[in-house]
Ligand binder design. Structure first.
Ligand SMILES: *Cc1c(COP(=O)(O)O)cnc(C)c1O
Length: 415
């Protein structure tokens, strides 16, 4: 494996990836022969759409009029006093459907419409990306098929019903461990089989080129807004540190993109049980080269976290690149730190966060000495309504509530 050289430093969030979809030595397109034409067609379509002012204007008005953007920036006076540094929150929790995910699915379903594809195929783990995709497909009047592992379907009755309510068909993935990675495989198979009419809507900055690039572009609005809002609030200044949680890495790439060309420190926070960047090794998963958790035999390891939304063994290739060149730093926090952070933000600011961004806050609490006197911007990627029952059960001492297999994956999603 060659190390990323200095001249690959230009291959950054603003410039990259290269024409092969590589971020330094990561990314690319590692797919079976049958998927190559579909990826190439998608790349061409996205390239032309993204160069078209009309497409961008339509996307922008969807973000404004349907998703409710721009999301506000909240200056947290109480929490700042408590922790000894200034905390700003980028409020992605206030978007329609309750997280940043809506940016990506609106971009992709709009692209599908432009490509003349009337049928959307998606994968989902615990259901959040499936629900977001079904929402956008309903808006556009598109047929929507969501693959979901049989095991996840059994655990996620409410999200399955939500998707059905939104008009989507939920299809069980019955192979392998019957969870997220099997749902991805089934969705990709279905995409190839019906590529004339179908569009594959992937849920994070992962998968084969052009997905990591395209999904980043659809989330770039988070970073652009946050940059403008910070400079307005801080009289032309910037925060010292920008923090985001990492599942596949899309909300983090979105907010990092606004600050990557500045001196602001970038910190990605993973669950200790799924620390792909902090403790993973290079490898190929779901079509691109990145860091992932492997066992001693090179098999992809199951991730474990109280937050199902971060329960993914790999991470998007751009994060592997940013870690490799030292532009971003990656930290891991434990479930117990996350639960404390979840409660602290609720109590001090009246904002119940999703368990995923509570990871970011958990690291900030741990690093409070290092952060003393600084200004820290946290991407609050989603709201916590979906996690309240789980946290209550954990706090009431239900051991199953912490068990990732039986209960903790009932809310949230990996991709
Ligand atoms: C899905 C989800 C995540 C994890 O996905 P990324 O691609 O890493 O952003 C994080 N936060 C929330 C609220 C989510 O729903």
């Amino acid at each position: 494996m060659v190390a990323a050289s200095a001249d690959e430093g230009t291959n950054s969030l603003m410039e990259g990836p290269d024409e092969h979809g590589r971020f330094g030595r990561f990314g690319g397109r590692f797919v079976p022969e049958t998927l190559v034409p579909a990826c190439a067609e998608l790349e061409d379509a996205f390239r032309s759409a993204w160069a078209d002012d009309g497409f961008r204007a339509e996307f922008h008005s969807l973000l404004t009029d349907y998703a409710g953007r721009p999301s506000p920036l909240t200056d947290c006076v109480n929490l700042s006093t408590e922790l000894g540094f200034r905390i700003l929150l980028k409020r992605e929790d206030l978007n329609h459907t309750g997280s940043h995910k809506i940016n990506n699915v609106l971009g992709q379903t709009l692209l599908a419409k432009r490509m003349g594809k009337s049928r959307i195929v998606a994968e989902t783990g615990a259901g959040q990306h499936g629900v977001a995709t079904a929402t956008a497909a309903a808006y556009f009047g598109q047929e929507c098929v969501v693959y979901m592992g049989e095991v996840d379907i059994a655990r996620q009755a409410l999200n399955v019903y939500r998707m059905q309510l939104l008009g989507a068909e939920v299809r069980p993935a019955r192979s392998g461990s019957r969870t997220l990675k099997d749902a991805v495989n089934e969705a990709m198979r279905e995409w190839v089989a019906s590529v004339e009419s179908s569009y594959y809507c992937l849920g994070s900055v992962m998968g084969p080129h052009p997905y990591p690039w395209m999904v980043r572009e659809f989330h770039r609005t988070i970073g652009r807004e946050a940059f403008d809002q910070s400079t307005a609030l801080l009289d032309g200044g910037l925060p010292d540190v920008v923090v985001a949680c990492i599942g596949g890495g899309s909300n983090a790439v979105g907010i990092f993109s606004g600050f990557v060309d500045t001196d602001v420190e970038l910190v990605g926070v993973e669950p200790a049980g799924g620390a792909a960047v902090a403790r993973g090794v290079p490898g190929v998963v779901h079509g691109s080269m990145s860091f992932l958790m492997q066992d001693e035999f090179g098999q992809v390891q199951e991730a474990q976290s109280v937050s199902a939304g971060l329960d993914y063994p790999g991470v998007g290739p751009e994060h592997a690149f940013l870690a490799d060149v030292g532009r971003a730093r990656y930290e891991a926090v434990t479930d117990s730190e996350v639960l404390d952070a979840f409660e602290l933000l609720s109590r001090t600011e009246g904002i119940i966060p999703a368990l995923e961004p509570a990871h970011g806050l958990a690291w900030m609490i741990r690093a409070r000495d290092e952060l003393a006197g600084k200004t820290v911007l946290l991407n609050l990627s989603g709201r916590g309504d979906k996690d309240v029952a789980q946290v209550q059960a954990i706090r009431q001492g239900d051991p199953a509530a912490l068990d990732t297999v039986d209960f903790s994956r009932t809310n949230g999603d990996a991709v």
